[in-house]
Design a protein around this ligand. Structure first.
Ligand code: ADP
Ligand code: MG
Length: 364
């Protein structure tokens, strides 16, 4: 995707975020413990804190299996966190109809969420009726407005169609229109363009930006594609193996990635519009989350790994401008033993240059 810089209008001031995740943890038990021993669990999300401001798009970026969907499902209150909390307008979220109305989830595959035997009209009218939002207006009029809101025009051409009569992009627009029907405050979009043809992705991303700008929605944009996150989002949180390893404003985070994992993601996503990141020769694949690596979960793949990385999980180090990175390379006070490179690995990948997490700060 070409990533012409957009001037995000996302408000990232000190106000109370619309939706917040505080220290969310999710373990999925995979083998039942007998007499309290022998159980194991997938450590899918580990201590994730995230804030979604009004009129802002926050991207969660990471490879498949990094816990992005699990995080989104916890935020939608479809699954219960093992620990941690979700706050709506600064107050503990209470699952139920009013929460479901305020926080809407849009999935990757609209075929999964649209009923093949029902028309577009049915899909959009139903939430209006269920939530009593017609207010005496004509249902078809409201449905038409929703279709126009997602640029499915002229609405008459779409209203009676069945899901299979629409293209993938049109189906996703219907899924978004259905989410908008209940006038939500938050839109959680889990890989909303990943199944769509590359040529129509941009239109969908621009629709999300428009919902932020015109309707003030707080948007969570979940993606494995850091280039699209840079294009669309105001803030980015990079997840690796269930944890946020780096977060901050989208442009500085992608121009000067501080965490080796973010550098790895960016080296796999060349983009003419931003400075070339350091190339990173990381090996291997994400870890098995039933037994995550000790210390930093990225250390088995990290060409910069030091002894301390195998021992202790790094805290999030605050860099400048609201940017933070959970990597021991930012620590000032490591001992010689702690900063010993791991046996058999050079410090640095193909490029041992200055960009390797040089900003040294104190833990956030
Ligand atoms: P992503 O969306 O980033 O691809 P997911 O949140 O879907 O990641 O998954 C994170 C981890 O949790 C993966 O290892 C996945 O296999 C595991 N996982 C997700 N849902 C379940 C479940 N219901 N039961 C067991 N493991 C799960
Ligand atoms: Mg997913």
């Amino acid at each position: 995707m070409t990533t012409t810089e957009r001037t995000g209008t996302g408000r990232v001031d000190g106000g109370v975020p619309v939706l917040e995740a505080r220290s969310l943890v999710k373990y999925f038990p995979v083998r039942r413990a007998r007499f309290g021993v022998g159980g194991s669990a997938v450590h899918a999300v580990e201590d994730v804190t995230l804030a979604l401001p009004e009129s802002g798009i926050t991207a969660v970026v990471g490879e498949s299996g990094s816990g992005k969907s699990t995080l989104a499902r916890m935020l939608a209150q479809l699954i219960k966190p093992t620990s941690g909390s979700v706050l709506l307008d600064g107050k503990p979220a209470v699952p139920g109809r009013s929460y479901a109305r305020a926080v809407q989830l849009v999935l990757q595959d609209p075929f999964e969420s649209l009923n093949p035997v029902h028309s577009v009209r049915y899909h959009l009218a139903r939430p209006l009726q269920v939530h009593g939002l017609t207010g005496g207006a004509s249902l078809d009029g409201l449905v038409t407005e929703l279709l126009e809101r997602v640029s499915l025009t002229p609405a008459d051409e779409f209203i009676a169609k069945l899901p299979h009569e629409l293209s993938g992009g049109q189906r996703q627009r219907v899924a978004i229109a259905r989410a908008l029907a209940v006038r939500p405050r938050v839109l959680l979009a889990d890989e909303p363009v990943s199944m769509l043809d590359v040529s129509i992705r941009l239109g969908l991303l621009n629709l999300l930006a428009d919902l932020r700008d015109r309707d003030g929605l707080a948007v969570l944009y979940v993606t494995h594609d850091i280039a699209s996150a840079r294009y669309l989002a105001d803030q980015i949180a990079v997840m690796y193996a269930g944890q946020v390893v780096e977060s901050g404003p989208a442009a500085p985070l992608t121009d000067e990635p501080a965490h080796p994992y973010t550098q790895l993601l960016l080296s796999a996503a060349p983009d003419p519009d931003r400075p070339t990141p350091p190339t990173l020769a990381a090996q291997g694949a994400p870890p098995n989350l039933t037994r995550p690596p000790s210390g930093c979960r990225f250390h088995p793949r990290c060409p910069h790994a030091m002894t301390v990385c195998t021992q202790t999980a790094p805290p999030a180090f605050a860099l400048t401008g609201g940017h933070s990175s959970a990597c021991w390379l930012h620590a000032r006070d490591l001992t010689a033993a702690q900063s010993q490179p791991l046996q058999g690995r050079g410090r640095g990948g193909q490029d041992d240059g200055p960009q390797q997490a040089t900003a040294k700060e104190t833990p956030a």
